[in-house]
Design a protein. Structure first.
Length: 445
């Protein structure tokens, strides 16, 4: 044993430094696991049933050619979701709360709230249709009954929401795992070409009218309004659960030090990058699964499942439908939570979560059931829901960039100029793609 006054040898100093580094890495990993949740939940918005339709059409219609569009959509979503979460950490308020303060008068707040609620309802329609289609194809439930049974997911969601919030996060972990494992299995069976994936991830080929419309569908409908609204609320509340408060802080005072906010912001950054990268991989996986069905750009989900069954056997089709059902259920939960956040933040009122969910689901069950009774394809309703979402995306997107670029809101956490510039480029691209989607949708309806 060394005497306490004896100097350490260089070898001992290296060993102590390596041990400290290992302990630091373990501590950082534990902190990340504790923090994990906000971006995990938001990532579901980028793997919802609406993405299935565009990604399947892209793979079945153009094989590998549009993979780059999926990665571009994921990158733009990543920067905007990062800024939304950053807003909640830096200000201690959600985006809807800041908007209520900025708008001030109820004459401005109420129309804004109604528009945001319309966006949440349109999002829920796409998620609900995914659940209905999965029930129909997976269990053979007639569409009319599937439309009714699909509404019962409210019971599962509400049961979870009356318990600890961490339980909801754990449910999302399970459902995201189902999605990832399901598509990994399908890709192992399908064996896509790695070289083609690599080339078309960075090379933009010639874009005809049909291909451009699909690019617009992938990118223009990827960034969801409700996900941008809710991320700031999730990170704000995560600070209270996982953050280390200043001892002895009084009510009304800032409970977290700048150092603690920087620590949390770093965790948020890496969680957002990780989870939205996984979402991008899943979307590329959906596209790759549909490639064997080429050429058929107008393929439906039912036709895709039949085609996969005939080529690879029924197990691949079953796994695909299980992932679709998982996507519908999890994205419905996020939509419910987002609607509640929007209402509480903008008008300052808390409505019973059960009543809210039942009313929202009834609004979407009604037109879907009518469409089924009339013999219409429920997927046609997705066109209208995507047009509504395209109109509503500026509602959260522009304020997020504005607030995070202003020091009076963010203080020392204000965006760097390059961050704001990248965000503005993403906003311009998304608005351009959405404008094109709206024009083509109205001329084609």
């Amino acid at each position: 044993m060394h005497a306490p006054w004896k100097r350490s040898t260089p070898q001992e100093k290296v060993a102590v430094g390596a041990q400290s580094e290992r302990m630091g890495r373990r501590q950082s990993f534990r902190e990340f696991v504790v923090y994990l949740g906000p971006a995990l939940m938001v990532s579901i918005a980028y793997m919802d049933p609406g993405n299935y339709g565009t990604d399947i059409a892209a793979g079945a219609g153009f094989k590998y050619d549009l993979i780059w569009a999926v990665w571009l959509a994921s990158a733009m979503a990543m920067i905007l979701q990062y800024l939304s979460g950053k807003l909640g950490i830096a200000t201690g308020r959600s985006l809807p709360e800041l908007l209520r303060i900025s708008l001030g008068r109820r004459a401005f707040v109420i129309p804004y709230w109604l528009a945001a609620e319309a966006a949440a309802a349109a999002t829920d329609l796409a998620e609900y249709l995914g659940t209905v289609i999965a029930l129909n194809l997976l269990f053979g439930v007639p569409l009319l009954y599937a439309a009714i049974f699909g509404a019962l997911d409210v019971l599962l969601i509400m049961a979870l929401m009356t318990r600890r919030f961490r339980l909801i996060e754990q449910m999302f972990m399970l459902l995201v795992s189902v999605l990832v494992i399901g598509f990994l299995y399908q890709l192992l069976v399908l064996k896509p070409s790695p070289s083609e994936i690599g080339i078309h991830s960075v090379v933009i080929g010639s874009l005809g009218t049909d291909a451009l419309l699909l690019v617009v569908g992938i990118i223009g409908a990827t960034v969801m309004p409700h996900a941008l609204f809710v991320h700031s609320w999730l990170t704000k509340n995560k600070m209270g659960l996982a953050g280390r408060k200043i001892p002895g802080v009084k009510e009304g005072e800032e409970p977290f030090s700048p150092e603690e906010k920087h620590r949390t912001l770093n965790l948020h950054k890496w969680e957002t990058v990780l989870m939205l990268t996984i979402a991008g991989v899943v979307n590329v996986g959906i596209l790759l699964v549909a490639i064997p069905l080429f050429p058929n750009a107008n393929i439906t989900i039912g036709q895709a499942v039949e085609g996969l069954d005939s080529i690879y056997g029924p197990l691949v089709g079953i796994v695909f439908l299980v992932t679709l059902l998982s996507s519908g259920l999890s994205s419905s939960t996020l939509g419910t939570l987002a609607g509640q956040v929007i209402m509480e933040g903008l008008i300052g009122k808390h409505w019973n979560i059960w009543a809210r969910r039942i009313v929202t689901r009834f609004v979407n069950v009604f037109p879907t059931t009518i469409a089924v009774v009339l013999g219409l394809d429920p997927l046609h309703l997705l066109i209208y829901s995507q047009v509504i979402l395209s109109l509503m995306i500026p509602l959260p997107m522009i304020p997020i960039v504005y607030y995070t670029a202003k020091r009076k809101f963010m203080g020392e956490f204000v965006n760097r100029h390059v961050t704001t510039l990248v965000a503005l480029v993403a906003v311009a691209l998304i608005l351009a793609f959405n404008s094109y989607l709206i024009l083509t949708s109205f001329t084609g309806l």
